[in-house]
Design a binder for this molecule. Structure first.
Ligand SMILES: [Zn+2]
Ligand SMILES: [Zn+2]
Length: 398
């Protein structure tokens, strides 16, 4: 068996791994958009035979989860290549496409996999494992071929609302792992051993909004469902109604999980220009009683607030996303500063902290660790003994 990290060995984003069996059959794990790409373009596709024009030896592409840095370049591959992804990921992609989000698309030739259900692809046996991550339906993969076992962690953590999945995995883990492809997003970030639990953010939101006299604004991703739950719960504790875009509401509804906030609940409303039904509300109505609402922002909503001039020093703003995206919001943040809006950051990472990485490595006890999805691969060597920092495209033969 051969492994080659085509992109992502030394960066966060653009993840793509090629695994080849001894008989020449190949599979690709993830085809992500690099984070530093100015725009998505076919030239960004990593050099992998058969991606643009399918060849018989390329069996399939497997997508770990519906984050652009793991599937974004998939739109350029030969449509006849089977793409394996979870039903959850397909659902998120479908809703995003229906709401015309930038870069949204759906895979045409797609086959679903399920948690813990092993499936065969030529010489490869693949077992997907559902993990806790900021994306809904994020999976790691066990890949077996030629008597070797590779485990790809994908993106994961153990401090979100679904962290039980991680501990369940440890209890029933695959044995005799030869290679662990391990995400190291947290490395180089002040070496925090433990990230905050998602639930702990609830208190922070609640405390901050205790001092908010007007409208409470939150900047977060509609696809970060754990965070929407946190925001909803904190809003409820403050006696406020959560207002969402139609898109955010659709994402929550499409999960099929009726325990997630949705528009059938009296304290969740949909922002629309012309409200007709009881669960709908517009900016004018919000601005009459701003102290009653928490509003989840997106680009369009921010523009509407600006145009309607509803923001003042009684408004408050929480930035609840990865700090790296802040640059995109520069103009908006400058506008809020101008309006004397109190601002704060409330966030916890979607990725494993050092403590969690150590727990996974200790449990799987792999013969070799290949760092990826990190800007600091060398730092893995300070944590673990058997680390090899590959270059993008380097071939590792097992
Ligand atoms: Zn990622
Ligand atoms: Zn991710």
């Amino acid at each position: 068996m051969k492994i080659s990290i085509k992109r992502g060995a030394k960066e966060i984003g653009g993840s793509a791994i090629e695994i080849s069996a001894d008989n020449g059959q190949r599979i690709i794990l993830d085809l992500g958009l690099p984070l530093d790409a100015e725009k998505n373009a076919p030239e960004l596709l990593p050099q992998i035979d058969g991606l643009k024009n399918k060849t018989d030896d390329l069996l399939a592409v497997l997508i770990s989860h519906a984050h652009q840095d793991h599937y974004g370049l998939g739109k350029y591959i030969d449509k006849s290549i089977p793409v394996y992804l979870s039903k959850e990921a397909a659902t998120i992609m479908k809703v995003a496409a229906e709401h015309h989000l930038p870069e949204a698309f759906e895979f045409e030739n797609c086959i679903h996999f399920y948690n813990g259900k092993k499936f065969m692809l030529g010489s490869f046996a693949i077992t997907p494992y559902l993990f806790d991550h900021s994306a809904y339906g994020a999976y790691g993969f066990l890949i077996e071929a030629d008597g070797k076992k590779v485990f790809y962690s994908g993106d994961f953590r153990a401090h979100g609302r679904k962290r039980k999945l991680f501990y369940k995995f440890l209890q029933n883990k695959p044995e005799d792992i030869d290679v662990l492809l391990l995400e190291g997003t947290c490395l180089g970030r002040e070496h925090i051993q433990h990230f905050e639990y998602e639930e702990d953010l609830e208190d922070k939101f609640t405390d901050f909004w205790n001092n908010t006299k007007g409208l409470a604004l939150v900047q977060s991703s509609a696809q970060n469902i754990d965070r929407i739950v946190t925001i909803y719960r904190a809003a409820k504790r403050n006696g406020r109604i959560l207002v969402l875009s139609a898109y955010a509401g659709h994402i929550l509804w499409a999960t099929g999980n009726k325990k997630l906030p949705n528009f059938t609940w009296k304290d969740v409303k949909k922002l629309t220009d012309f409200p007709q039904r009881p669960h709908e509300i517009n900016i004018e109505e919000i601005s009459q009683n701003p102290q009653k609402y928490v509003l989840l922002l997106d680009y369009r909503i921010s523009q509407k607030l600006k145009i309607n001039n509803v923001i003042n020093s009684d408004t408050s703003y929480v930035y609840s996303m990865w700090n790296g995206y802040k640059e995109k919001y520069q103009n908006w943040l400058a506008y809020l500063t101008d309006k004397n809006v109190p601002m704060t950051d409330i966030h916890t990472s979607g990725h494993a902290d050092i403590h969690t990485l150590k727990r996974l490595v200790k449990s799987l006890n792999p013969k070799l660790i290949l760092p990826m999805h990190t800007f600091h691969p060398q730092e893995f060597k300070n944590l673990f003994d058997n680390v090899f920092c590959a270059d993008d495209g380097e071939v590792i033969t097992l």
